[in-house]
Design a binder for this molecule. Structure first.
Ligand SMILES: Cc1cc2nc3c(=O)[nH]c(=O)nc-3n(C[C@H](O)[C@H](O)[C@H](O)COP(=O)(O)OP(=O)(O)OC[C@H]3O[C@@H](n4cnc5c(N)ncnc54)[C@H](O)[C@@H]3O)c2cc1C
Length: 289
């Protein structure tokens, strides 16, 4: 199928993009990597009257390790973020997650910020932003706002980005000392969207006892499901932590739905297994940190 007709705009500056988006209002859509939007247009699941292509805006093609975290500009592709050694050293969860996103050709075009705005509950990056407590910077002419992850994912394929707004960057905070992260998922084929997935973060104190443990789950609700399991793990060294009880606490918080790929029970079961694995991996990383 072919997309419905639309007016194509190729602004030469962020300012021009913001004015064009503001003028288009609810009839406008940003075109970034196009890896989700173009299939949606071709399947006629979206029919915007105006497409605002941001691919010429070099101002948005940025990737910076700042004192408190990693700031990813709206045109930074998955592959660039995944391959950056500086980013991997500062915030390892980004690379851990990006390796699981689709296939290399899709990662060469798709953008991290586009994935966040698209807000697919099966996508890895919304879970990363939620787990780390990051934020997304949204702009319209004369106004910029930072929306924390906790308020950004508002529903199935719904984010806080309003019509006329451009997401200019996303911020992923650094980990505290003695922390580790991990991402585990199960997909039917490598590169497919996950049937279930879990991002985990574990923090230790100076005596190497667990002081923080939380997970963000994908594909088990309309948005990333964030669960704090610090209590369930117990204030113990990782070797004697109650990972099974933590996994049960995670399962209780999920509300998966059945579809053609998996039953709800199977998704809940997978989430428990993956939560245990990811928490153990994250704890191992924290011990090495
Ligand atoms: C076969 C296939 C498999 C895939 N598998 C996975 C997977 O396993 N995991 C995963 O996470 N993703 C997967 N994806 C999606 C991929 O990661 C996309 O790149 C990503 O979801 C969207 O990024 P994009 O830059 O391509 O955005 P686009 O497709 O250009 O846009 C997506 C949506 O976000 C909006 N948008 C994009 N950027 C901005 C912005 N800066 N400001 C405001 N709105 C914006 C667009 O208007 C549109 O509504 C897959 C895609 C394909 C085709």
């Amino acid at each position: 199928m072919k997309p419905p007709p639309f007016d194509y705009h190729a602004p030469r500056s962020v300012g021009e993009a913001l004015e064009t988006l503001a003028g288009a209002g609810e009839h406008g859509k940003v075109l970034a990597g196009g890896q989700s939007l173009i299939p949606m247009l071709n399947m006629r699941l979206a029919a915007p009257g105006h497409l605002v292509d941001i691919n010429r805006l070099a101002e948005l093609d940025t990737l910076d390790v700042e004192p408190g975290g990693v700031r990813v500009g709206a045109l930074a592709r998955h592959a660039r973020v995944e391959r950056s050694e500086e980013v991997a050293a500062a915030q390892p969860l980004l690379r851990q997650a990006l390796r699981l996103v689709a296939h290399p050709v899709i990662r060469n075009r798709g953008t991290v910020v586009g994935s966040l705005v698209h807000a697919d509950p099966a996508a890895e990056l919304p879970a990363v932003l939620a787990l780390l407590g990051g934020s997304v910077r949204l702009a319209r002419p004369g106004a910029v706002r930072d929306v924390p992850a906790a308020g950004f994912f508002t529903g199935l394929l719904e984010s806080a980005a309003e019509p006329g707004e451009l997401a200019v960057s996303a911020f992923f905070p650094l980990l505290p000392p003695r922390s580790g992260t991990a991402f585990r998922e199960v997909a039917r084929r490598h590169g497919d969207y996950a049937l279930a997935g879990v991002a985990a973060l574990v923090g230790l104190d100076d005596d190497l006892r667990i002081t923080a443990a939380r997970v963000a789950c994908v594909s088990v609700g309309p948005a990333p499901v964030l669960v704090d399991v610090t209590e369930a793990c117990g204030h113990r060294p990782p070797a004697s932590a109650d990972w099974a009880s933590a996994a049960r606490a995670v399962q209780e918080r999920t509300a998966p739905e059945a579809d053609i790929h998996a039953t709800a029970d199977y998704r809940r079961h997978l989430t428990g297994v993956l939560a245990q694995q990811a928490l153990r991996d994250a704890a191992r990383e924290a011990l090495d940190a």
